[in-house]
Ligand binder design. Structure first.
Ligand code: ZN
Ligand code: ZN
Ligand code: FE
Length: 752
């Protein structure tokens, strides 16, 4: 006897080929009915034999498209209904279409197979299907249909059209569908020589890389610069060309196997690096690539091929690894236009490889790491954005402009927050344009008509000024409150928590620079319960680039102005005239704003240990001291807990240890443990006072693997429920989401 079932599938099931998948599965099991997209997922009705329906249900989970994430499958028995066939019903609700902007998806196994066997597509480097290929990077407008993407100029050939129309085909309604005959083509420009024909191109590129050349190649969301990661000379030249002194380069490896020679990888890390999102994953180094790749860091930012072209290239390359870095100079956004590539990147590289499909939305590679078996995003871009973040409250019509340095912005759409891709440092003029243009695009793409714009409390942030220029209602949100709220949002928390926000900098409600904060936090408001003691920052913001100045400031506060005679290498090697001037400025508080920043404390200790006295890139000093840290060390230094937390005893002990010849890696270990013990002790203090046992960890300092790992351990062991970031960066890339949710909460309480 035939029965009818209604099935609701929730999760990431839109824009990833889910409906055609259900269609094919239903046919295979000889079921009739329909499938359609709803704003909360996919809805299915099937009539058929009970057994067939059972098998169908099992296979939904088993065979779901790679890029889909099924959160739940709910089955409901309903009265028998007769259907003549199985159909895909197009949704009429506009809001459904809006969530259909899928992130870009790495090429799938089946397409790779087609690239070797399907005659029309042998070696076709832009092969894709409903399960894989470009998405967000090519979308101009919604709904997601070919004419509204940068595939519009390419007219499908008859064979592609047949596949596109055939509901049984893997390329049914694959908007970027293409083949050698009708799709976009690659070309290689090398001086005056232009190479066309993919096999000639791949051979030439492989040869050039083998000879140590730097090349610019067009990726999914922008150009990248590549060279052999085993040739020091090439990597060093690339550093010079990019004007990038210290920061490690990302590396693309041929395969998991090749990668395992150079880096240690556990199962969670392997799952992440092979996932369709294909982020750069920060792994522990096992064997050295060319020294300039990681520049004395003991980690490797590794990734695997994600475009068909990458696979073709590795088939010809001898090297197992290539440096794979954004095609830009210093802080500029990555180049996306072919013209600009010729203008800016051609002079740095031996050849420029492009293809004639336009990149509409710029999107950099994402960066992640695994801590405590969980994925932790450092930069949320390709493969992740613009996947919406589910909220408990309505955020319609709210936009948030984020922080200034690692900017992302956020727009509210119903009970969803759509966080932009990584934008970058707004002080760079071109990044600023990228920000303004992208925000306009998001408003149009997701049909957001903003009635409220949220910004940081800092009046001088360019993101704040932009918000104030829009002429709509504005709201200011404190930086560290936003950090904690962003993490609360990730875990759907809407109750009072202890928020531990440790980072480099953010303006506080008292006009001073915060960054070592313990907040009693709700979504709508917070109370500052404890913080690191303020210290004067000589020259204010400039101290960020010169950790030695902050180091000196800590020494002055602990040992007085005579600290130059401490007899440790750090003070001995300082230019004493220059140092005396700084000490004078500190004593008289001349241009020395006060800061409670955790990042600056890491800077100071890093400088005093002479690990990093001058910083060449953002957060270099904290990253170096973490990298040096001896993880076996169990002891910690003393600190004075309380509403104002003093690290004076720790600084004194560090100086003693240096005098006693203790190895810097041991001192670094003890220092890390000090921060962890501080987080633990102060959280306990607040729990005792308030009875609140939920701790939320956020801020850039939690990108420090040791701090995050051990804080989680210590707190959990003591019965705290602890929440840390996963898919939302703990750095300023998450600020906009926090701002948005705080505003939504305040609005729901009628405070706006
Ligand atoms: Zn595919
Ligand atoms: Zn074709
Ligand atoms: Fe921050």
């Amino acid at each position: 006897m035939e029965v009818t079932r209604r099935i609701r599938i929730a999760g990431l099931v839109q824009g990833v080929g889910f409906r055609p998948f259900i269609y094919r599965l239903a046919h295979r099991h000889e079921l009739r009915g329909w499938v359609l997209n709803r704003n909360d997922g996919v809805s299915v009705a099937v009539s058929g034999e009970e057994e067939a329906i059972g098998a169908f249900l099992r296979n939904i989970r088993r065979e779901a498209p790679a890029a889909s994430v099924i959160r739940s499958v709910r089955v409901e028995k309903v009265e028998y209904q007769f259907f003549g066939d199985f159909r895909i019903i197009r949704s009429e609700d506009q809001s459904v279409e809006i969530t259909e902007v899928s992130p870009d998806i790495a090429v799938c196994e089946e397409c790779l197979d087609d690239m070797h066997h399907q005659p029309r597509r042998v070696g076709y480097p832009l092969i894709n299907c409903t399960h894989c290929g470009p998405r967000f990077s090519i979308i101009r407008e919604l709904p997601y249909d070919r004419p509204l993407t940068t595939m519009a100029p390419f007219i499908m050939c008859n064979d592609c059209h047949k596949e596109y129309d055939d509901v049984g085909d893997r390329r049914f309604h694959a908007q970027p569908i293409a083949c050698h005959l009708c799709g976009p083509q690659y070309r290689l420009v090398r001086g005056n020589t232009i190479t066309e024909g993919i096999f000639d191109i791949v051979d030439t590129v492989a040869q050039m890389v083998g000879h140590g050349a730097i090349l610019a190649i067009k990726g999914v969301g922008g150009y990248q610069l590549i060279c052999d990661a085993l040739q020091e000379d090439a990597v060093a030249r690339l550093r010079l060309a990019k004007n990038r002194e210290g920061k490690p380069f990302a590396v693309m490896f041929r395969s998991v196997r090749a990668l395992q020679d150079y880096a240690l990888m556990n199962r969670a890390e392997e799952e992440l690096i092979t996932s369709w999102r294909r982020p750069v994953v920060i792994l522990r180094e096992r064997k050295k690539l060319a020294p300039s790749v990681s520049n004395l860091f003991n980690t490797i930012g590794a990734m695997l091929p994600y475009m068909p072209f990458h696979y073709l290239l590795f088939e010809r390359l001898k090297t197992p690894a290539i440096v794979f870095t954004s095609g830009n100079i210093s802080d500029e956004p990555i180049v996306i236009s072919d013209e600009l590539a010729m203008e800016r990147l051609a002079p740095l590289s031996a050849a420029v490889l492009s293809y004639n499909r336009e990149i509409h939305n710029r999107i950099d590679d994402s960066v992640a790491m695994v801590v405590k078996r969980q994925e932790r995003l450092v930069r949320r871009s390709r493969g992740y954005a613009p996947e919406p973040v589910g909220l408990k409250i309505n955020a319609e019509g709210i936009i948030a402009t984020g922080a200034e340095l690692a900017n992302c912005f956020c727009v509210g759409k119903g009970k969803q927050a759509i966080l932009s891709q990584h934008i970058g440092d707004l002080k760079n003029a071109e990044t600023w344009e990228f920000f303004a243009e992208s925000l306009q695009r998001f408003k149009r793409l997701f049909r957001v008509d903003p009635s409220l714009v949220v910004h940081d409390m800092h009046p001088d942030y360019l993101s704040t000024r932009y918000a104030q220029s829009l002429g709509i209602n504005t709201m200011a949100v404190q930086h560290h409150h936003a950090h904690i709220a962003s993490c609360m949002t990730e875990h759907l928390l809407d109750e009072p928590v202890i928020g531990v926000a440790l980072d480099g900098t953010g303006l506080g409600t008292d006009g001073r620079i915060w960054g070592g904060e313990f907040l009693l936090c709700r979504l709508d408001d917070f109370e500052r319960k404890a913080h690191f003691e303020y210290i004067p920052l000589p020259g204010g913001d400039a101290a960020v680039k010169e950790p030695w100045k902050t180091g000196l400031s800590y020494l002055v506060r602990v040992f007085g102005p005579d600290c130059l005679r401490l007899g440790i290498p750090f003070t001995d090697q300082l230019n004493h005239e220059q140092a005396a001037l700084i000490i004078q400025a500190i004593s008289r508080r001349l241009n020395c704003p006060e800061s409670s920043s955790a990042g600056r404390l890491f800077d100071a200790v890093s400088a005093i240990l002479r690990i990093c006295e001058v910083s060449r890139f953002h957060a270099e000093a904290p990253m170096r001291i973490e990298s040096l840290c001896d993880r076996r060390v169990k002891e910690h230094y003393e600190f004075i807990p309380g509403p104002v937390i003093s690290f004076d005893p720790a600084i004194r002990q560090i100086v003693n240890d240096i005098r006693n010849g203790i190895h810097p890696s041991v001192i670094a270990g003890r220092f890390h443990n000090t921060i962890i013990h501080c987080i633990f002790a102060v959280s306990r203090m607040i729990r005792e006072e308030t009875g609140i046992g939920n701790v939320v960890l956020s801020g850039g300092s939690f990108q420090n693997r040791i701090v995050l790992e051990r804080s989680l351990d210590f707190l959990r062991r003591d019965g705290f429920r602890v929440f840390a970031h996963r898919r939302i960066p703990s750095n300023d890339g998450g600020i906009a989401l926090g701002q948005l949710v705080i505003a939504a909460k305040r609005r729901s309480l009628g405070c706006v």
